[in-house]
Design a protein around this ligand. Structure first.
Ligand SMILES: Cc1cc2nc3c(=O)[nH]c(=O)nc-3n(C[C@H](O)[C@H](O)[C@H](O)COP(=O)(O)OP(=O)(O)OC[C@H]3O[C@@H](n4cnc5c(N)ncnc54)[C@H](O)[C@@H]3O)c2cc1C
Length: 458
C-alpha cells in the first residue's frame, strides 16, 4: 500500500489539469483533482469556447448583408436578441462542464469540489480536507487584471463580458492584444458602437507587424474606432446616483478625449493564479508576476510539485496546456515519449477578419536567421466579388534565404485559423519554399495563394 492517498493530485480542473488527471487515471494512477469553479476552466467557461460561439454570432451581421449580392432578399430587417445568444451559449457550456465531469469519472479521477492549497511537498488541503500525493500538479491557470486607475471598478474584464445581461450600446475596449481585438470585433458585429484604445502604436505587437497593421485597417472599415498611443486615465459614472453595468460612464483618455460608454472593457493582461495557494510557504519559487518557475520536466523548485498551463506563463493557449500535461503524464506514468516542443506553435485570433499565424514573424526571422525572403499578397476574396463586402485578405510567407525553409506563415482573412493549421504541419516537417511551390493549389480557394506566391517582395 502506497504511503500516499494519491499518485497524482491536480489542483485546477481546466485544460491542463483535466488532461493530466484523465490520462494519468487511464494509465492506472490513483488521481485526485480539486476544482473551485466550473470544470473546463478558462477555455470552456470564459475563454476560447464562449468567445468563438459569440464570434460566430457576430459574423451573421456581415453574412446578412453579403447575402443580398447573391440574390437573397431579406424581407424583414434581421433582429438580434442578446438573451437568446447568452442562454444558448450557457446551455452549451453546461453541456461541456458535464462532459468534463464524465471524462474524469471515466478515468476514475476523484473530484474534490473546493479551493485547494498546498501544505507541503506532498500534502494538499481542499477547504480543510487534507490529502497526500506522491506528485502534486498545479494547473490553476490565470486571471484578468484591471489597470490601477480611478473608477476601475466601473469597468469589466473578459470574465464579466460573457455574463453581461445586455448588449451595450457603446463600448470602450482597452488593450491591443488578441483578447481586446476579438471582443471588440464581437461587440462591433453584434451592433455596439466600439472604440478600441491602446497605448501602443499597433495591434498584436507580439505577432508579425503586417498582421496588426492590416487588421487595424479592416477593423476600422467595419466601424470600430481605433485610438492608438492613448490610455484610459479614469472612468467616472455619468450620474453618481446611477450604477450598474448598463449605466453610462465617462472614459477619460490620456490624450484629453472624454468618451461616453455603457461598457468599459479592460483587456490589458492576465496574471498567473498563485496567490493564496500556499506555494511559497511550501518552498515553491515564483517569478515576479506570480508564475511558478519550472524546469524542462515541469518540476518546480520542490520536485514533487509540478505545474503546467497558464500558471507557468510560457505560452498561454489551451493546446499548449494540454501538450504540457501530456508530457508530464507521459514521464510520470508512461514511457516518457511525449515531449513538449514550443517550436512552431500555430495560433489564431478570432477577430473579424480572423488571423492565423505559425512560425517566425519577419522581424524575428531577420533577427534570428539573417537573410530572409518575404512573399506577400493582398486581395479581395472571390466571395466578396458578388457580396460587395470590402473586406480584404492578406497572406505572407517568411522564408530563410539560405536554406529555403519556410519559417513563417501568416494570414488575415476568412477562416485563417482553419487554413493555417495545415500549414503548421508543413512547417513542423521543415518544408521549403520549393516544396510549397510544388504543391498543387485547391481552386478556387483563398488558401491556394499560399502555394502560388512566386516573387519575393523583400
Ligand atoms: C477571453 C479568452 C479567450 C481565449 N481564447 C483562446 C483561444 O481561442 N485559443 C486558445 O488556445 N486559448 C485561448 N485562451 C487561453 C486559454 O483559455 C488558456 O490558455 C487555458 O485555459 C489555460 O489552461 P489552464 O489549465 O492552464 O488553466 P485554466 O483553464 O484557467 O484552469 C484553471 C482552473 O483552476 C481552477 N483553480 C484555480 N485556483 C484553484 C484552487 N486554488 N483550487 C481549485 N481550483 C482552482 C480554476 O477555477 C480553473 O478552473 C483564451 C483565454 C481567454 C481569457
Amino acid at each position: 500500500m502506497s504511503q500516499y492517498d494519491y499518485d497524482l493530485f491536480t489542483i485546477g480542473g481546466g485544460s491542463g489539469g483535466v488532461r493530466a488527471a484523465r490520462f494519468a487515471g487511464q494509465a492506472g494512477a490513483r488521481v485526485g483533482l480539486a476544482e473551485s469553479g466550473d470544470l473546463g476552466g478558462t477555455c470552456v467557461n470564459v475563454g476560447c469556447i464562449p468567445k468563438k460561439l459569440m464570434s460566430y454570432s457576430a459574423h451573421y451581421h456581415s453574412d446578412f448583408s453579403d447575402a443580398a449580392g447573391y440574390g437573397w432578399r431579406l424581407d424583414a430587417q434581421p433582429g438580434f436578441d442578446w438573451n437568446t445568444l447568452i442562454a444558448n451559449k450557457d446551455r452549451e457550456i453546461a453541456h461541456l462542464n458535464d462532459i468534463y465531469k464524465r471524462l474524469l469519472d471515466g478515468a476514475n479521477v476523484a473530484l474534490h469540489r473546493g479551493f485547494a492549497t498546498v501544505e507541503d511537498a506532498h500534502t494538499v488541503s481542499v477547504d480543510g480536507r487534507r490529502f497526500t500525493a506522491r506528485h502534486i500538479l498545479v494547473a490553476t491557470g490565470g486571471h484578468p487584471e484591471r489597470p490601477d486607475i480611478p473608477g476601475k471598478e466601473l469597468g469589466i474584464t473578459s470574465d464579466d463580458f460573457f455574463h453581461l445581461t445586455a448588449l451595450p450600446k457603446r463600448a470602450v475596449v482597452l488593450g491591443g492584444g488578441y483578447i481586446a481585438v476579438e471582443l471588440a470585433s464581437i461587440l462591433n458585429g453584434l451592433g455596439s458602437e466600439v472604440t478600441l484604445v491602446y497605448r501602443g502604436e499597433r495591434l498584436l505587437r507580439t505577432m508579425d507587424a503586417d498582421l496588426g497593421a492590416f487588421l487595424a485597417d479592416e477593423m476600422a472599415k467595419k466601424g470600430i474606432r481605433l485610438v492608438f498611443k492613448a490610455n484610459i486615465e479614469a472612468v467616472e459614472a455619468v450620474d453618481a446616483a446611477q450604477a450598474g453595468e448598463h449605466a453610462a460612464k465617462t472614459v477619460r483618455l490620456s490624450n484629453g478625449e472624454a468618451l461616453q460608454a455603457e461598457c468599459v472593457l479592460f483587456a490589458t493582461g492576465r496574471r498567473p493564479t498563485t496567490s493564496r495557494l500556499g506555494l511559497e510557504k511550501a518552498g515553491v519559487a515564483l517569478e515576479k508576476n506570480g508564475a511558478i518557475k519550472v524546469n524542462g520536466n515541469f518540476e518546480s523548485s520542490v520536485p514533487s510539485i509540478l505545474a503546467v498551463g497558464d500558471v507557468i506563463d510560457r505560452v498561454a493557449l489551451t493546446p499548449v496546456a494540454l501538450a504540457e500535461a501530456m508530457a508530464v503524464v507521459s514521464r510520470l506514468f508512461g514511457n516518457g515519449e511525449r515531449m513538449m516542443s514550443y517550436q512552431n506553435i500555430p495560433t489564431a485570433v478570432f477577430s473579424h477578419p480572423n488571423i492565423g499565424t505559425v512560425g517566425l514573424s519577419e522581424e524575428q526571422a531577420r533577427k534570428e536567421v539573417g537573410e530572409v525572403k518575404i512573399f506577400k499578397t493582398e486581395f479581395k476574396p472571390l466571395k466578396h466579388t458578388l457580396s460587395r463586402n470590402t473586406e480584404r485578405t492578406f497572406m505572407k510567407l517568411v522564408v530563410d534565404a539560405g536554406s529555403d525553409r519556410v519559417l513563417g506563415v501568416h494570414m488575415v482573412g476568412g477562416e485563417a485559423g482553419e487554413i493555417v493549421q495545415g500549414f503548421a504541419v508543413a512547417l513542423q516537417c521543415g518544408a521549403t519554399k520549393a516544396q510549397f511551390d510544388m504543391t498543387i493549389g485547391i481552386h478556387p480557394t483563398s488558401a491556394e495563394e499560399f502555394v502560388t506566391m512566386r516573387t519575393p517582395v523583400a
